[in-house]
Design a protein around this ligand. Structure first.
Ligand code: ZN
Length: 395
């Protein structure tokens, strides 16, 4: 009923408007069932890529804890077919933080978001605790549309590092408050309680967002099905009070939220001054499967994430001005596929319940993709993204 009333309201409201906003109707569609087949897409051609072309849009996909073994195991389970195996340009990054060899997701994502190595736990700060503008904040400042989707809370380390500046990733309520400082246009993830039932102050950030013109939805409206989204208003959707559940337990918003987000951000910027968009999509729970030393958890999360990568590639191939970049912040679990494994029965062991120092693959497609071949520090991903987009840091 809530949905019907909302749609009716939009209809009546926009009857009286001169310029019709684009309304995205989200329905249970083929994409949700992963009906794109990697084979039918064909190998994405390197010949179509010119490094001199600027990327107008960037879709940056981060598979938290997604090392090569995680990818290999998912590929084996999926008949050696992954969208990740279609990329023409591959690089490797070194994920060490400013101190020690093993990074966490905060230092790892901060390296991508700000180009600075930092200490574990730090969000959007350099090793000396100085604050640095993130790539998302810079894109917003330049008038681009910006968005994030995560399968964790939206204040978790990876998304937080693109929009917040805090010495500890655990400052969830402070991180939520930092969402009020940037006009991020679209975000989807868990963690609603850090916005509207805060323990450290009386602020209701959902109300504050609504006052700023955001349309805020939440998990009471199941999934994204039959949701109407006005691309002229900023949009936030909370998928859980705290952590969203695993894919295997019924979580199914990553694909529709990502696909809708791409369409939303593409339509959201001013049509007379089309500046493009920056979107970060995180497959957060690949990492949680690694921490749990649970191979099935890792694989199911990764296969879902791979379908979203396929959707990003499909959009980029059609659009021609979009860079798709996929990587991980680090590997989790020291995962190994051991001798005695068969396709149907993988003999997988883990050497750790935490992250490891192994280098991490980077996959790139679209304008500027060639910048990402080679071996480099995780911080270089920030520099290469700016280069690919033809923008510079503030000042
Ligand atoms: Zn982790």
């Amino acid at each position: 009923m809530k949905n019907t009333a909302f749609i009716l309201f939009l209809f009546i409201f926009f009857m009286g408007c001169d310029s019709k906003p684009k309304i995205i109707q989200v329905s249970k569609d083929a994409f949700q069932n992963g009906q794109y087949n990697t084979a039918t897409m064909g190998l994405l051609s390197r010949a179509k890529i010119s490094a001199s072309d600027k990327a107008k849009n960037v879709i940056f996909l981060i598979g938290d804890g997604m090392g090569l073994t995680q990818v290999s195991a998912a590929a084996i389970k999926n008949d050696n077919e992954l969208f990740l195996m279609k990329f023409p340009i591959i690089g490797i990054h070194n994920c060490q933080p400013s101190e020690g060899l093993i990074t966490d997701s905060a230092a790892g994502a901060t390296a991508f978001a700000t180009g600075k190595k930092t200490f574990n736990g730090a969000i959007g700060l350099g090793a000396d605790s100085s604050s640095h503008q993130t790539i998302l904040e810079r894109c917003e400042e330049l008038g681009m549309a910006t968005g994030m989707v995560a399968t964790s809370t939206i204040v978790h380390a990876t998304p937080a590092s693109f929009i917040s500046h805090r010495p500890s990733r655990k400052q969830y309520e402070d991180i939520a408050a930092d969402f009020m400082n940037t006009e991020i246009d679209y975000f989807v993830g868990g963690g609603k309680k850090y916005f509207d039932r805060r323990s450290q102050d009386e602020r209701n950030l959902v109300k504050e967002m609504q006052d700023k013109g955001y349309v805020v939805n939440d998990y009471f409206q199941e999934d994204f099905q039959n949701l109407s989204i006005d691309t002229k208003s900023n949009f936030a959707y909370f998928t859980a009070d705290d952590d969203p559940i695993p894919q295997s337990k019924g979580r199914n918003y990553l694909m529709p939220a990502s696909k809708t987000g791409i369409e939303f951000l593409d339509a959201h910027d001013d049509p007379n001054d089309d500046k493009g968009f920056f979107m970060m999509i995180e497959g957060s729970q690949i990492d949680w499967g690694g921490h749990a030393n649970n191979a099935e958890y890792v694989i199911s999360e990764l296969l879902e994430f791979d379908k979203v990568i396929g959707e990003a590639l499909r959009f980029a191939k059609e659009d021609g001005e979009t860079l798709v970049l996929v990587t991980a912040d680090h590997e989790t679990g020291g995962m190994a596929i051991n001798s005695g494994s068969t396709k149907d029965s993988l003999n997988i062991t883990f050497s750790s319940g935490y992250h490891t120092a192994t280098m991490i693959p980077v996959y790139a497609y679209g304008p500027g993709a060639e910048l990402f071949s080679g071996v480099y520090e995780n911080t270089a991903i920030y520099d290469k993204l700016l280069l690919a987009m033809g923008i510079t840091a503030s000042k």
